[in-house]
Every structure is written in structure tokens, then in C-alpha cells.
Design a binder for this molecule. Structure first.
Ligand code: 5RP
Length: 238
């Protein structure tokens, strides 16, 4: 594994710290994204030592593929009653450890897995810490059927000044709409600042056609934050 530098080193350092939370006998959820990828690679190396007995489930097809490549045996989420621990990344982390997730469009399964976990540990580099959520566009996964109607309801909830964009596979004009692992669209909502995340989450949950949004409120127990200098610190939910 090539030794990373800068923010990538921060991600790897946070992932290495999370490994310290993994104990034999645990059931584990594996998150998605570039930081979670580091955790999966390090977990694979740790498993290869042969003295760790754990059972894992993945939160995306991408993580599933990487975990298999790293020799991590996987089981379906439905095989577990509860998970002991899930380690996942985030796009934004506020001081209460409320999160925006879904930059990779995996927040539906990530939220189901997080909700099934006794402990959700977030791993991230320093850039993910924010005083208020909302600079990162909030991802809202919606059903493809009737998506235009759902987007209009979303616009009513968000207000006129919030640009909504249906995510595409790339930045070019003719690029196809992005589809999640479950075959849904993602609408990115550029809010700037989210004044009341709880009220917004309730309003989004009430829109027919909204499958899941990227607000993870009160779910993370701790965040492990890695820095570009190779140090890491733990932030515990107040
Ligand atoms: C995917 C996610 C990711 O955890 C989030 O986007 C962070 O990704 P990265 O570690 O690559 O910055 O929520 O849906």
C-alpha cells in the first residue's frame, strides 16, 4: 500500500485509529467512500494476521467489491439482528456530531446500517469538521418514478433560494443521471447553511418519493479525525 500524504494521510490515520475499536467476536458495518476504503484495506491487513474473528456487512457495491478484494468475508445485512459497530465516513460533521452524508450516493444503505448498529464511529480528515451543516450540498435520494413531481415538493420545502440539481455521472452536458445502488436518483440541495436540521429532516421524510436524505442526526457516537501531519484525535458526541 503506497503511503499517502496530506488529506489522504489524515483519512488513513483516522481509519487506523478506528481499527482500535474492533475486537474479536464483533459484528461490523463497513461504510463507503475514500476514507472508509482505508478502513477496509487496513481491516483486511489486520484479518490476514489470523487472530481476529469478526463478521461484516457492506454499505455499498463499491465497498463490497473492495472488501472481497481485501479478503474480508461478508454477509448480508439481513443475517444480523444488530451490529456492534459501524465505521463510516462523512461529508460534514458539526460540533454535535450531526452529519451530512451521501456524497457517494450510498446514504440509504449507510443509514439503515448505522441505525442497526450499537455504535457508529465516523472517520474523516480535518476538512469535514464544520461549525454548521449545509455548505456541502445535501443529497436527497428520490424514486425515479415521478421524480419531477418529487423535486417540485422538495423545492417547496427547501425554498426558492436553494438550487437543486439532479446528480449526474459526470460534469459534461450529456452525462447520464447518477443512479444509486438501489436504482434511485440523487438530488443535491445547495443550502449553504441548515438552520434547523431536525425540522428539515422531518419535512423531507414527509415527502412521498423521497427515499432517504443525507442528514444523520444523533447517530454518531464519536468521530475520529485525522490530520495531514499523521496525528488523529477523537471527538465524542456531547
Ligand atoms: C457516501 C458517504 C461517504 O462516507 C462520504 O461521502 C465521505 O466520503 P469520503 O470519505 O470519500 O470523503 O456518505 O455516501
Amino acid at each position: 500500500m503506497t503511503e499517502p500524504t496530506g488529506a489522504e494521510l489524515g483519512k488513513k490515520t483516522a481509519a487506523a485509529m478506528a481499527l482500535g475499536h474492533v475486537k474479536s467476536g464483533m459484528t461490523l458495518g463497513l461504510g463507503s467512500g475514500s476514507t472508509a476504503d482505508w478502513f477496509v484495506r487496513l481491516l483486511g491487513e489486520r484479518l490476514a494476521e489470523g487472530d481476529l474473528d469478526i463478521a461484516c456487512t457492506a454499505t455499498s457495491k463499491r465497498t463490497e467489491a473492495l472488501a472481497r478484494e481485501c479478503g474480508i468475508p461478508l454477509r448480508a445485512l439481513d443475517d444480523f439482528d444488530r451490529l456492534d459497530l459501524t465505521v463510516d465516513g462523512a461529508d460534514e460533521i458539526d460540533p454535535s456530531l450531526d452529519l451530512i452524508k451521501g456524497g457517494g450516493g450510498c446514504h440509504l444503505i449507510e443509514k439503515i446500517v448505522a441505525a442497526a448498529s450499537d455504535t457508529l464511529v465516523i472517520i474523516a480528515d480535518e476538512s469535514k469538521l464544520v461549525p454548521v451543516l449545509g455548505a456541502f450540498p445535501l443529497p436527497v435520494e428520490i424514486a425515479t418514478l415521478g421524480w419531477g413531481t418529487t423535486m417540485r415538493r422538495l423545492a417547496e420545502v427547501m425554498g426558492d433560494d436553494v438550487p437543486l440539481t439532479r446528480r449526474k455521472t459526470g460534469l459534461a452536458q450529456g452525462d447520464e443521471p447518477f443512479l444509486t445502488d438501489e436504482g434511485n436518483y440523487v438530488i443535491d440541495c445547495r443550502m449553504g447553511q441548515i438552520a434547523n436540521a431536525t425540522t428539515l429532516a422531518t419535512a423531507l421524510n414527509a415527502i412521498p418519493g423521497v427515499v432517504e436524505h443525507g442528514l444523520f442526526l444523533g447517530m454518531a457516537s464519536r468521530a475520529l479525525i485525522g490530520s495531514a501531519d499523521g496525528s488523529a484525535r477523537e471527538v465524542i458526541r456531547p
